[in-house]
Write a protein that binds this ligand. Structure first.
Ligand SMILES: Cc1ncc(COP(=O)(O)O)c(C=O)c1O
Length: 374
């Protein structure tokens, strides 16, 4: 069995699931890891407890490998939002972001500004929510110290061009990336970023609680560890006196990680690493293209970019307002799971989305088209 076939065959859920951008059903490997580690943690043997604890180091090392950084630059976090908050609360100056970003960015940035008064959001509202290099260039001035952006937009599926954004902002500003909608499924230019945050419960199939954040050298120099907890110092357990936060990325942690979550993350990342992100991206791109072609066949507008380099696994359909409910109903009637929100229907296949699911999708669109009133 080829690596691709092995990865594809690990998608063992029922046909009809097209909602990987919301939640990724756990891989079989992740599920068995949970059982094995739960048994180890129940054994009362310290060697078994240590064995499970080592998954935290393993997960950090695998994140570092996939980001192209070092293990000591990676922190485990409860979620993407916690990682983003660690970065955003430590900024000062004007921080540029689209007001259409997922609230992990908009709410965290606003709260950080309100609480600390050292930073202020610089909102942009680019057309279609796409944070393009041009949209950022237009809004830049000397006050802007950082840009926060989603690698893949949760609504439209637009994939940001991290390398081009770095060129626009220059070497002195920070680029903070919310990578949850693309990590492990597209090859991103993380070397252009300073902070990369994500979580494993969608595309990585690791379940919730598997967040992480990578802090590059520039981020470690410039971002104040405002939300630093007792694991954020260079002492193993700082008692009686309170030391300064560590100069390493561990400063951006609050307490010790959930080792069961780390075990899930490590297993999921190993599966991705072994299959290869390039192969996953190429397969996922084909699945997304299949979804786009079906939509085209039935004349349903698609707002996701057609250029494979500017999209990942999310395809957003934008039916006319009167078509949203009937289209949603047609998809549900075929047993398909998608996300319908604010006039868009988000379809998110994964590499293991098989012909049966794509046929159900096409049948649903056909049924909708037949009943459509022009
Ligand atoms: C772009 C984006 N960022 C952040 C989140 C929330 O991530 P977490 O639950 O890991 O905090 C989501 C969830 O859908 C998302 O789509």
């Amino acid at each position: 069995m080829s690596t691709l076939e092995a990865y594809q065959s690990s998608f063992d859920g029922e046909p009809g699931y097209l909602d990987w951008a919301a939640f990724g059903p756990l891989s079989p490997g992740v599920r068995s890891e949970v059982h094995a580690d739960a048994e180890l943690l129940g054994s009362g043997r310290s060697s078994s407890i240590d064995l499970v604890a080592d998954h935290a180091r393993e997960a950090r090392s695998l994140v570092a490998e996939l980001v192209g950084g070092q293990e000591d630059q990676v922190t485990l976090q409860p979620s993407t939002t916690y990682g983003l908050m660690q970065a955003l609360y430590g900024l000062s100056g004007a921080v540029l972001a689209s007001s259409a970003e997922f609230p992990s960015i908009t709410v965290s940035l606003t709260r950080a500004a309100e609480a600390l008064g050292r930073l202020s959001p610089r909102w942009i509202a680019p057309e279609g929510g796409a944070v393009t290099p041009d949209a950022v260039r237009e809004a830049l001035d000397d006050e802007v110290t950082a840009v926060v952006v989603s690698l893949v937009d949760f609504r439209t599926g637009y994939r940001a061009d991290l390398g081009a954004l770095r060129e626009v902002i220059g070497p002195d500003r920070l680029l903070i990336v919310d990578a949850i909608q693309g990590f492990g499924v597209i090859e991103a230019e993380y070397s252009a970023a300073d902070v990369v945050c994500a979580n494993g419960y969608k595309w990585l199939r690791a379940g919730r609680g598997t967040g992480f954040a990578w802090f590059g050298d520039r981020a470690l120099e410039r971002i104040a560890p405002v939300l630093s907890g007792f694991t954020g110092t260079d002492e193993e357990l700082p008692l009686d006196e309170v030391p300064r936060p560590s100069a390493s990325a561990s400063a951006f942690t609050v307490t010790n990680p959930d080792t069961l979550a780390a075990a899930r993350l490590a297993t999921a990342l190993r599966e991705v690493r072994d299959a290869g992100v390039a192969m996953i991206e190429s397969e996922l791109s084909d699945r997304a293209r299949d979804v786009i072609l079906s939509a085209d066949r039935f004349e349903i507008p698609v707002v996701t970019p057609r250029d494979a380099a500017r999209r990942a696994g999310i395809v957003a359909l934008a039916p006319s307002p009167q078509d949203v409910a009937p289209l949603g109903a047609a998809l549900a009637n075929q047993g398909l799971t998608v996300t319908a929100r604010a006039g868009l229907i988000r379809v998110a296949p994964h590499v293991g989305t098989g012909a049966e699911t794509l046929r159900l999708f096409s049948d649903a669109l056909a049924a909708f088209a037949q009943s459509r009133v022009w």
